[in-house]
Design a protein around this ligand. Structure first.
Ligand code: FAD
Ligand code: FO1
Length: 450
């Protein structure tokens, strides 16, 4: 495995000999997982058992039953797969820095492997844990094809500045995965029975007012099935019809990618193996690789990825120049949430997100830009957009979301456009564009108020 995917976070003095532990968080799958493969390599070379641990917290960035259900059902499938490979698993409930040190000590673990995640909450978890850790700790980017810190050591301005750097590195990193081997060294302790999802959910103090969705199957197997369905019947008109909110021709892979039930690298390898039409393949890989890894770059190197201080200077300037402009409409977060604005198109997009947990990608741009136009300030608009996005989207609480909202409201990864009221030089979108391109009234009918 390419050693450049691994970063040493801590090399302690005591070279203990004991099990290797992979603290699974972002990449919740058994196959195609570089962090797990690295952990197994370390465990085999020291003839030690391999243990996967997941720390379940009840207050992860306003997540609701919708997201916890999707995540936990997928995680149980992964645990069952690990058991089949003679790899022990543990589900701990509580803050990682509180529950992990005791767990590692009780196991007499020799090494902790963790997966990479640029979000602030994950950095905080890791900083607190590392302060208490007395063993080695390695971090592996199992989410990006090109590890985030290899792709670029700094904040990138836009897709066009990151794209050539990725293109140069893809031949080295867009490689086949080795299979996860059956682990030769079993853990002495008795295996814990597979946790029952309903019991775990019932014991969690989470917001249950946003229910689970039933239109897509959960888990790594379902994710691969969905990928192959998309290759058969969706890739050929990707980038053409996939923008049409009525046709719903996107891949629908984002919930699986967000929870790490599917690897983006596996997705890219299968897309290339499928050998479909060039233009559509390129359009899809541009989103899957460049835009997605650009979002991780944004969250990794911009500490203000979720507030207006993270906007480029030109955007902050132009938005403050227009802070006093008259807002012909101004809604509170609650009015937005209830989809009671004057705009039937915006309301339909909001209802699609509330109902299905996945707003169409094209509509997300319009949806966020109108929140900017109809909020008292860009700061309030950003708060409303992040709140609603992370509360209702299955793929929410993701670098793609923070980057997507910052692009829409604050010109991140975009350029200045002709100046106008409220937006200043931030790219404007209105319903005329939607009406010209799509039969948008049908979209409004489909997601009309029930
Ligand atoms: P497809 O079009 O099939 O794309 C395949 C994959 O490519 C996606 O799963 C995603 O990993 C990647 N991708 C596609 N578009 C983008 C993009 N613009 N930026 C980064 N990666 C992209 N994406 C999320 O994963 N979570 C979010 O919370 C989220 N919030 C967004 C909010 C706004 C305001 C905007 C403008 C975009 C947001 N996006 C978010 C990005 C994009 O809309 C979704 O990734 C996409 O709609 C997911 O559906 P799909 O997998 O069917 O997409
Ligand atoms: N990661 C964890 O390690 N523990 C959790 O309890 C947890 C809950 C959770 C809920 C909703 C959600 O969207 C993500 C959640 N994640 C959790 C993190 C997730 O796996 C991803 O790592 C990040 O959200 C994306 O960077």
């Amino acid at each position: 495995m390419n050693p450049r995917r691994v970063r040493i976070l801590k090399s302690a003095v005591s070279a203990l000999s004991g099990p290797v532990v992979y603290w699974m968080s972002r990449d919740q799958r058994a196959e195609d997982n570089w962090a797990l493969l690295h952990a197994q390599q370390q465990a085999v070379s020291t003839k030690q058992p391999l243990v996967v641990v997941f720390c379940l917290v009840p207050d992860f960035l306003q997540a609701t039953l919708r997201q916890y259900g999707f995540m936990l059902r997928g995680l149980m499938e992964t645990f069952a797969e690990l058991e089949r490979k003679n790899i022990a698993y543990r589900l701990l409930v509580g803050q990682p820095e509180e529950v992990l040190p005791g767990f590692l000590a009780q196991l007499q673990a020799s090494l902790l492997v963790t997966d990479f995640d640029p979000l602030r909450i994950k950095r905080q978890w890791k900083a607190k844990l590392l302060a208490r850790l007395t063993i080695d700790c390695h971090e592996v980017d199992a989410h990006n094809i090109v590890p985030c810190w290899i792709a670029s050591p700094k904040l990138e301005f836009a897709a066009y500045t990151l794209r050539p750097k990725l293109k140069k590195l893809l031949p080295e990193f867009l490689e086949q995965f080795p299979p996860l081997e059956r682990h030769p060294y079993p853990l002495a302790q008795v295996a814990t029975p597979l946790p029952e999802v309903e019991t775990v959910l019932a014991g969690l103090n989470i917001d249950r007012s946003v229910g689970e969705v039933d239109w897509l199957q959960v888990g790594a197997q379902a994710a691969l099935l969905r990928l192959h369905q998309f290759l058969q019947d969706g890739l050929d008109d990707y980038g053409v019809n996939s923008n049409d909110p009525l046709l719903d021709r996107q891949s629908q892979l984002s919930p699986y990618l967000h929870f790490g039930q599917l690897s983006a690298q596996r997705t890219a390898l299968e897309v290339l193996r499928h050998d479909g039409p060039v233009q559509q393949t390129e359009a899809f890989l541009e989103e899957l690789i460049v835009r997605r890894e650009l979002a991780d770059n944004f969250c990794c190197y911009n500490p203000d990825y979720d507030n207006p201080a993270g906007f480029p200077a030109w955007a902050q300037q132009t938005l403050s120049d227009h802070l006093g402009d008259l807002r012909s409409y101004s809604y509170t977060a609650a009015e937005f949430e209830q989809a009671t604005t004057h705009d039937p198109i915006w309301n339909a997009a909001q209802r699609q997100m509330v109902k299905t947990g996945k707003m169409h990608g094209y509509m997300r741009m319009y949806w966020a830009k109108k929140i900017l136009e109809w909020s008292a300030s860009p700061r309030q608009a950003m708060q409303t957009a992040i709140y609603l996005n992370d509360r209702y989207e299955l793929d929410g609480r993701d670098p793609n979301g923070y980057a997507g909202i910052a692009w829409s409201i604050g010109g991140v990864h975009d350029r200045a456009w002709s100046e106008r009221q409220i937006f200043g030089k931030i790219r404007y979108m209105n319903d005329k564009g939607l009406r010209r391109k799509f039969t948008i009234d049908r979209y409004c009918e489909r997601f009309a108020a029930e």
